[in-house]
Unconditional design. Structure first.
Length: 257
């Protein structure tokens, strides 16, 4: 079996694959200062709770946007899995041509999403990933990564609104009765949810204008189910896209080793 780990700024997503079948998945909060022992106990506890042992796991593939945890996980992984550790970084084979000014600037999660989107949904394709930031990544008609857009995520934007004002407060991310809020809570919910949906639709429309052929538009990330129902521009939600991309990249590096 293969363990896949996507370390984000807010959460860590984990997936367990038996060949190409996702048989387990988990989410935990990101703790950038977690020690070797803390991370080892956390991972071991999660896996053992569902009956997985170190000898069951032939390898692990990791993408990370938190350098401190990347370093710690490199040391922890041999104590958790029996096989090879592949970290998505420059030099790792992805099968994806990156056609931007500085390819080394692209976050590993964005590359992983693009690899999976092309494999699962064809090209051209746009992935919108609802995480700490809301990322748009574009794979062109030839299957190359062309770039994208990065916007503040829903939680970051709402937290900034609340922390920058005296009378506003945090609210649950659920749609109000009407886009015209009948109170402060509903007004914030309207602006947050419908405003973010409008941001997605606006950027998606502008991206689509740059192509002469139809573009598939896919959403992923923890907040996708909250926002996508209010969007007009997203074709589908692929909740485990990043984990699938990690599996694809791991297998590619085994083939070319």
């Amino acid at each position: 079996m293969l363990l896949t780990i996507d370390i984000g700024n807010t959460q860590i997503a984990l997936g367990m694959f038996d060949r190409d079948e996702l048989i387990g998945h988990w989410r935990v909060s990101t703790e950038p200062t977690a020690t070797f022992d803390e991370l080892r106990w956390q991972l071991t506890g999660i896996l053992e709770a569902d009956g997985f042992t170190q000898n069951d796991i032939v390898g692990v593939c990791v993408s990370s946007v938190v350098p401190s945890l990347t370093s710690t996980l490199r040391r922890v992984a041999p104590h958790v899995v029996a096989g090879e550790v592949v970290v998505v970084e420059p030099g790792v084979r992805t099968g994806l041509s990156v056609e931007i000014d500085n390819p080394r600037e692209v976050g590993a999660d964005r590359i992983v999403n693009s690899v999976a989107a092309r494999e699962r949904h064809g090209s051209p394709v746009v992935v919108v990933d609802f995480g700490t930031s809301t990322n748009f990544d574009v794979v062109g008609p030839t299957g190359a990564y062309l770039g994208g857009a990065i916007a503040p995520g829903l939680e970051i934007a709402t937290n900034a609104l609340v922390s920058g004002t005296a009378a506003l407060r945090r609210v649950e991310f659920s749609p109000p009765r009407s886009v015209v809020g009948k109170g402060t809570v509903e007004a914030i919910q309207s602006g947050a949810i419908y405003g973010h949906a409008g941001l997605v639709d606006g950027i998606m429309e502008r991206i689509a204008r740059e192509f002469e052929v139809p573009v598939t538009r896919v959403a992923t990330g923890g907040l996708a189910p909250t926002i996508v129902p209010h969007c007009d521009s997203v074709d589908s939600i692929d909740p485990y896209l990043t984990l699938e991309g990690l599996r694809i990249i791991y297998e590619l590096n085994q083939e070319t080793a």
